[in-house]
Design a protein around this ligand. Sequence first.
Ligand code: KG4
Ligand code: ZN
Length: 357
Amino acid sequence: MRVLGIETSCDETSAAVVEGDEAGASLRSLVILSQDVHRIFGGVVPELASRAHVTALPAVTRQALADAGLGMDQVDAIAVTNAPGLVGALLVGVAFAKGLAAPRGIPVLGVHHMEGHLFGTELEDPAAKPPFTALLVSGGHTLLIDVTEWGTYRLLGSTRDDAAGEAFDKVAKLLGLPYPGGRPIEQLAATATNAGPRFARPMLHGGQRPGDADYYDVSFSGLKTAVLHAVRDAESRQALDAERAAIARAFQDALIDTLAAKVARAAQAFGRTRVVLGGGVACNRSLVAGITTAVRDAMGAACAVHAPSPRIATDNAAMIARAGLFRLLRGERSDAALNAFATLPIPGLVPHSASAA
Ligand code: KG4
Ligand code: ZN
């Protein structure tokens, strides 16, 4: 089965072809066009994103098919992100997918963007299969999920305020770094020569017990405020240039410690020896290292952390095609009424009862 994937939920216009069956899937092609226009505004401007998708999507799709060496008549289905994201941007992809599929009589499958992130890593690393503990960390989401099998997801924790990527982006702004801020902060933090301030680890203390509402949840807005105070203090002493790297490092350390501890709690509670990461923040090598150390401390050396490469960690259509293939093989199809939604729960969520962990 060959699935063409389309992703337009935010500021990447992407198309990809994935081929596979019940035994596994492989990537035939992936094209990602990043919309640079948003950099000058310091954030994604929804109307500009929609228009750029309209302009780019036909050419991006043609290129993905050409790279795969396939014509449209050799594709069995189209998978398209239909939630969550910028609704105008999503609609461009959904309308385009329907327009391509209808005259050819092939099915369209609406795919949840975050389910795509769960599947992405397995395309590069076949060992990243359920059961596993998943941490999805992007600009809009921070989700800790126990995946018993594909399609069955127990949401353990999420952020109470800012997403992890959003925290990186906002702290980068405070430090005078460009948008998006994750990579600039990682690079600057690596140059820090002294420890800098120690920020409190948000939502993390030894008194928390499984079943407590904050056992798996995270929160980053307090950490952001702590950075703001540190920046103001350094500025008042004309020391920001000297201390910028140490502040970036201190912020990154606090965020990583918190996420790593929560992932280790989840892996331990459910006895998972695999941890799968996804989302743009999973590009951060210190985060991957911090999580690896924490889960090995908790679960032993046999525990493996599977992190995607940057092009699969950030938004892309390959993960959408992969998740779509899974749903296609289960016999699922979307109908002509398929719509786009700014928010939507991940399909296959099962309740997390406190007694389970
Ligand atoms: O998954 P993604 O590409 O888009 C969303 O769905 O949001 O994630 C983008 C986020 C941005 O907030 C960006 O700053 C962050 O991922 N990011 C990073 C790194 N590279 C990208 N955060 C930390 N370290 C990085 N190296
Ligand atoms: Zn994403």
